[in-house]
Ligand binder design. Structure first.
Ligand code: ADP
Length: 402
């Protein structure tokens, strides 16, 4: 991914006409970016297949997908580091990519943050960050002020005279972030910027990226293969698979209504259950038999007459309790009316428990043999313990069996 970028400093994308007062507190004026039916080939291989995506001004868009799905390629096309074979990319009214047009990266007022930081080793931190402000119309004093302000903002003000090799990974990435933000770009492209950092730093820097880019008002295109990172950062997520954009939606929509089994799996499921449809209700709701009991689920597919389906279960809404005395499969029965109508109870047994600080994550084997993982509870349920698993209908989504 980022290794394929030419990370040489000359790639740093600069604004051809910087704002006179180039200050991090100056907000950018991003325009709508439209990616329209874009195709990109490497030889015979189609790396991008009919991509449509609109990035609204100031929007934080995350491209999520496994390795090799085309995330970097799309990012590089938007940044002007790759040409495209068909379709258009427009920044406002200006076409920057088409089969015939290719606007050079340095003319796009776009900046980039790479996985491997890509700082100039022979320059100190101040010079690294101020580089993009060395252009007509920006005085030395304005540069000094802008760099001082942004270094302060990313917590690196005390490091201005240090060299990159003397900084930790997290510190170097903060400097990269400062460098990307200082010229108030219309758009910032992030290529897996957190993946070479440890978990604790990742979370802190993620918050800073979210905060600083929104404060700057820049549009963002950010790529990652990590769904938790995507969910945490994005206004809009585009899920890529084999060069195709499978779904573009808010994190909430993707979580609740994944468009395909691939999207469901890639955004985290506790497990999958083979199920037989017992009844169909309105609003594309199904009652199915599976997981050793009966449960409600949404139907993701156009209703078919298929009797069988595959139910994907999200972990977060699941709850564990002690085994129910009267173990009704579904608590829409009268005497369980205090619960939600579509709330199922399945019998199971704990097969693994892991302490996670705030509580415990469990692996449950259901009657019938299916396993569900990542089920959180503040209480510890011990291995081999029999339990009841509470499965609300909104934890489940059914697809036609593949
Ligand atoms: P991702 O960023 O999602 O990991 P990439 O955009 O890097 O995916 O790659 C998408 C596909 O295009 C992969 O199969 C990759 O091998 C191929 N690819 C990427 N860059 C090149 C290149 N310069 N030449 C040939 N194939 C490439």
């Amino acid at each position: 991914m980022s290794a394929k970028f030419d990370s040489s400093p000359t790639l740093r994308v600069l604004s051809p006409e910087p704002p006179l007062s180039a200050s991090p507190t100056t907000r950018g004026h991003p325009e709508r970016i439209v990616i329209d039916d874009v195709e990109k080939y490497y030889g015979e291989y189609r790396a991008l297949d009919s991509i449509h995506l609109t990035i609204e001004p100031g929007q934080f868009t995350v491209l999520l997908g496994p390795s090799g799905s085309g995330k970097s390629t799309l990012l590089r096309c938007v940044g002007g580091l790759e040409r495209i074979d068909a379709g258009h990319i427009r920044f406002g009214d200006l076409t920057v990519n088409s089969a015939k047009v290719h606007v050079a990266p340095e003319r796009r007022n776009v900046s980039m943050v790479f996985q491997d930081f890509a700082l100039w080793p022979h320059m100190n931190i101040f010079d690294n960050v101020s580089f993009s402000l060395h252009k007509p119309g920006v005085t030395k004093e304005q540069r000094r002020h802008a760099v001082g302000e942004i270094l302060e903002r990313v917590g690196m003000a005390d490091f201005a005279t240090r060299y990159p090799s003397t900084l930790s990974g997290g510190q170097q990435q903060r400097v990269s972030l400062a460098r990307a933000l200082v010229g108030t770009p219309d758009m910032i492209l992030f290529d897996e910027p957190l993946s070479s950092l440890d978990a604790h730093l990742r979370e802190r820097l993620r918050i800073e990226i979210a905060d600083l880019t929104r404060e700057a008002g820049s549009s963002v295109l950010y790529i990652t293969h990590d769904q938790t990172e995507a969910f945490a950062l994005a206004d809009l997520i585009g899920v890529l698979d084999e060069g195709r954009l499978i779904q573009v939606a808010t994190p909430e929509e993707i979580y609740h209504n994944p468009a395909t089994p691939f999207v469901a799996r890639f955004t985290g499921v506790a497990g999958e259950l083979d199920a037989v449809i017992v009844a169909r209700a309105e609003d594309r709701r199904l009652l199915v038999r599976g997981g050793g009991g009966e449960l409600h689920t949404r139907d993701a597919t156009t209703p078919t007459t298929e009797a069988r389906s595959r139910v994907f279960v999200r972990a977060a809404p699941l709850r564990i309790t002690a085994p129910a005395v009267d173990h009704f499969a579904l608590d829409h029965r009268e005497h369980l009316g205090e619960h939600r109508r579509d709330h199922a109870r399945l019998r199971g047994r704990v097969v693994d428990v892991a302490f996670r600080g705030r509580g415990y994550e469990h692996v449950i084997e259901l009657d019938g043999g299916d396993r569900l993982i990542g089920i959180f509870s503040e209480d510890r349920w011990n291995r081999h313990e029999n339990i009841t698993l509470h499965v609300p209908g909104d934890a489940c989504i059914a697809f036609a069996r593949e």
